[in-house]
Design a protein around this ligand. Sequence first.
Ligand code: PEP
Length: 254
Amino acid sequence: MDFVCAGNWKMHKGPSEAAAYIKALREMAQPEELARLVIFPPAVCAAAVAEGVAGTEIRWGGQNIFPAPSGAATGENSPAVFKDMGAKLALVGHSERRHIFGEPDEALAKKVQFLQSIGTTPVLCVGETLDDRRWNRTAEVILRQAKIGLTAADPTKPVWIAYEPVWAIGTGEVATPLQVEEAHSILRSFLLEWSSAASAVTPILYGGSVKADNVSSLAGLNNVNGFLIGGASLDAKELLNILRLSRDARGGKI
Ligand code: PEP
């Protein structure tokens, strides 16, 4: 399974900054590194990113979608339009969507299903809150989110999982290697039960305050197939650095 470093820009950057970022990334990265990079720009930058990555292997995707090709859904983004613009993936259930906007697991399951139906890869994000962890509910919570999120999913079509403990997102507090390995192994076992064929090709990314300073202790762990990076991905050089340090930590294999 190929290793990926995905940058989630959240609500940062406008079209001109996005274009400059992608230009810098293209200039700095080796061709084989481009295929390991994914960008999730805000929708207002989608066109600039799509244009910037055209002709390269850099992939990009929406941060959020509404599960319909078009219609009465004011303020939402059509996954069919993203696809038409070249998006290959879309985030589903990022912790900010779950916790700021109250998106429930059942609604996320519809997004996963719809994305797969149009040939876009959903990246289903799961993760426990600090309270969940304190009360020893991590396994229960991430399994529930994964199970419901994938209830209507087709195991023969691509899906990615991102384990993002809520308490580690944007806080500077990164999960320990043991915590990451445990959570990823729980998710891997679940995927194996869901479909062993799907599990063999489904990456599980870790996200939560990943940066160049801490990536080396995480990149080589069992079942860590990449990273979803927020704050640190806002700088193209840092994103590339994280990818390169991951490669080193994995003995050159990405
Ligand atoms: C994220 O937005 O998915 C994320 C993990 O953010 P950060 O790296 O800033 O914690």
